[in-house]
Design a protein around this ligand. Sequence first.
Ligand code: FAD
Length: 466
Amino acid sequence: MSQPRRVFDGFGASQRSVSTFVTPRDPEELAAVFRRASEEGVRVAMRGSGRSYGDAALNGGQLIVDMRLMNQILSWDPETGIIETRPGLTIRELWQTILADGWWPPVVPGTAWPTLGGCASMNIHGKNHFKMGGIGDHILELDIVTPTGALLTLSREVEPELFHAVIAGFGMLGAITRVKLKMKQVESGRLRVRQWAVPDLRRQIEAFEAHREDSDYLVSWVDCIAPGRALGRAQVHRAVYIPREHDPEVDLDPDHQHLPGHIMGVPKTLVPKILKLFSFNLGMRMVNLGKYLASVVGSNKPYLQGHVAFHFLLDYVPNFREAYDPGGFIQYQPFVPAAHALDVFTDLLQRCQRADIVPYLGVLKRYRPDDFLLSHALDGFSLAMDFPVTRANRDALWALCHEMSDVVLEVGGRFYPAKDSVLRPEDFRRAFGQGPIATFRGLRDRVDPQRILRTEWAERVGVDGD
Ligand SMILES: Cc1cc2nc3c(=O)[nH]c(=O)nc-3n(C[C@H](O)[C@H](O)[C@H](O)COP(=O)(O)OP(=O)(O)OC[C@H]3O[C@@H](n4cnc5c(N)ncnc54)[C@H](O)[C@@H]3O)c2cc1C
């Protein structure tokens, strides 16, 4: 094939590679791409907006299928809240379409840029997983085009095994070409939010458990650098939907959903440059301390906040990853059963501090189990940790993550392909289990017998065997 080629990266910008690429506009063009790839022995990866942090949407030396031009809305029913779209539609385009009718996506990630195909393939979670599950729990039906050229419609009733494997199947079982989703009804364009400081990890976990029943969203920003008795101190954010009568404005106009232009008085375009000045361990200790103290002072006063401002905090600073130039960063996000979360996360943070390789940002969330074959979800917590990558720390950082993975896997923990850069094949087998992996490979035999679908992540962790 003679296609254009360019450098692609993961969102963390610590992994990149050169691939050829195509941008099909409909399922027929996509099927033609697979036919030619099969004839020419080319291996193919789908890519949405490339918001996965590591190598999940990379395919160095082979072909990337950029799905973003397939972003049409096929139908929207404001009575039932059911929408059908092509896979390239972004979360941003989704909420902009439905909010005025009194609906909001049931699950959104921390950024609005991902596509629905990328979200379904990873079964993304939001700050409400403990209550609403992942996005897959709200998908009613999917179409996929397989590398053999078949167009299959999947649901909980039709081809349920494939349906539960394509969702969270990281693009290895075909290209998703249509998604039918049920939205969540909302009466106001705002949420009631409360944030407060917790002095350590134990009280942070207790706060989540105490508020699981009466919250719609829970998340906390963890200071991963504070040592000793302050280990795991954090700022917890809790939000609830509000009924119409509790919001004097009831403003469902999408144009009134804003991301602020300033953060703590600093124009957001300058924030990456300022963060870069602090991007060393001592500097980040000061940033985390400042954020924690600000949350102690400003704690506990409930306020109303627009959905967009609450959910897409990381979009406030569009280029925040530039703060990590030139080496980029990785996010390491272990999922740990609730009964082990305090011990394991304490252990992990202490290991980071002992190694003097500390996460600059930490985020804690709560989950419930789900029915998807290779799911990262469990009844427990995840602690996402952002680590800068430098030429000097790279080997030690990977070694630290492998050490931490052993601790996580020992208690039945899991990992999330969208955030991973470090998993080894043995970690993948332990995290997802030999049985589910064998079932997944059996499905690959059926839909992709020539093994045309490939990503660097799938190859690294040995999805098809070591
Ligand atoms: C700032 C930031 C915050 C984030 N917060 C969260 C969060 O809170 N929760 C969360 O779960 N995730 C979060 N993420 C991760 C992000 O939601 C996922 O990586 C998501 O999959 C990205 O979607 P994408 O369209 O960019 O897909 P890509 O990253 O391009 O691709 C992801 C995977 O989907 C496959 N794929 C893409 N399109 C298709 C298709 N049409 N058919 C089949 N396979 C396809 C790709 O091959 C790849 O395996 C965050 C990312 C960023 C950058």
